[in-house]
Ligand binder design. Structure first.
Ligand code: HEM
Length: 264
């Protein structure tokens, strides 16, 4: 890894010289070769003398470790839930078609007009909570929770996965029902939220140490699902999918989804 990081750092320095010599030619990523006005994360780290090679390698490895299994497994459950609930899949397909006719690529503007897509992902995270259990914290000060005094330094753990399936908040909690998350006239089953409901389902946790890759992961999932549904109808005829907690939650059996090409 050290050798590779050194080579990347050298390449970044060469690129900086090339850029200084020919400012008009800027904008091409020196590693991937694509056009880009913004620096990549790698490039920014490589150019920063305060970032040692070890730290740089650590940050990059952390992004790979936390970013790949998490999003891949969330994708598996998202596709499973849609394949296993053809009526919901059809509603999502109709929303995709009305915003992105034919095979138009997804844009931020279109996504802003796609509440059902967001509800479908949120419901998939609720039903198949993506990380083992939830989030832990060591208390930085004494605190009182529901009448219990808990001293500074205690490790506490919020079982967010269990909260995501509590019947008092989510009627028929084992059903995949994206309408729970809608605020319009399609809202149904759990749509009248108590004020604390925003904290009931937190797949990316909350606060200063919450997942920094949240937006990146969500957008990858929206993009992949929009593109897949534009091209395929999904069917699943297997047994109910269970979860293995690894710590990222993964399907407990092969994902036998049929991808049926769309005629239109
Ligand atoms: C569906 C996908 C993902 C889920 C469900 C997820 C979930 C989480 C959760 C629950 C945490 C712990 C937060 C806490 O304890 O408060 C976390 C931390 C983290 N995630 Fe993600 N994540 C996902 C994707 C990503 C991606 C794509 C990246 C990077 C590109 C990423 C980078 C990180 C990093 C670096 C941390 C550690 C943050 C810290 O300790 O301050 N995650 N993630």
């Amino acid at each position: 890894m050290g050798v590779h990081v050194n080579r990347l750092r050298e390449r970044a320095a060469e690129h900086a010289l090339e850029k200084a010599a020919n400012p008009e030619a800027s904008g091409v990523c020196p590693y991937a070769g694509h056009q880009s006005e913004d620096k990549s994360i790698y490039e920014t780290l490589m150019r920063d003398d305060r970032v040692s090679n070890d730290l740089c390698a650590n940050i990059i490895m952390a992004l790979f470790r936390t970013g790949i299994d998490s999003t891949g497994n969330a994708m598996a459950f998202f596709l499973y839930n849609l394949a296993n609930n053809p009526d919901k899949q059809q509603l999502l397909y109709e929303e995709i078609q009305s915003n992105l006719p034919g095979k138009t690529p997804l844009t931020m503007e279109a996504l802003n007009n796609m509440p059902y897509m967001k509800a479908c992902l949120r419901e998939s995270f609720r039903l198949h909570f993506p990380v083992f259990g939830g989030s832990g914290r060591v208390l930085s000060k004494d605190i009182t929770f529901s009448g219990y005094n808990i001293p500074q330094g205690t490790f506490i753990f919020a079982n967010l996965a269990a909260m995501s399936r509590m019947e008092e908040y989510y009627p028929r909690p084992l059903e995949y029902h994206p309408e729970r998350w809608l605020r319009d006239d399609r809202a149904d089953m759990g749509a009248i939220w108590p004020s604390e409901a925003g904290f009931l389902s937190l797949p990316f946790s909350h606060g200063l140490r919450a997942c920094p890759g949240k937006r990146f992961a969500e957008q990858s999932l929206y993009l992949a699902v929009a593109t897949i549904l534009q091209n395929f109808r999904l069917e699943y005829h297997g047994e109910t999918m269970g979860m293995i907690h690894m710590p990222f939650t993964q399907p407990d059996k092969p994902l036998d989804i049929n991808f049926i090409p769309r005629e239109d």
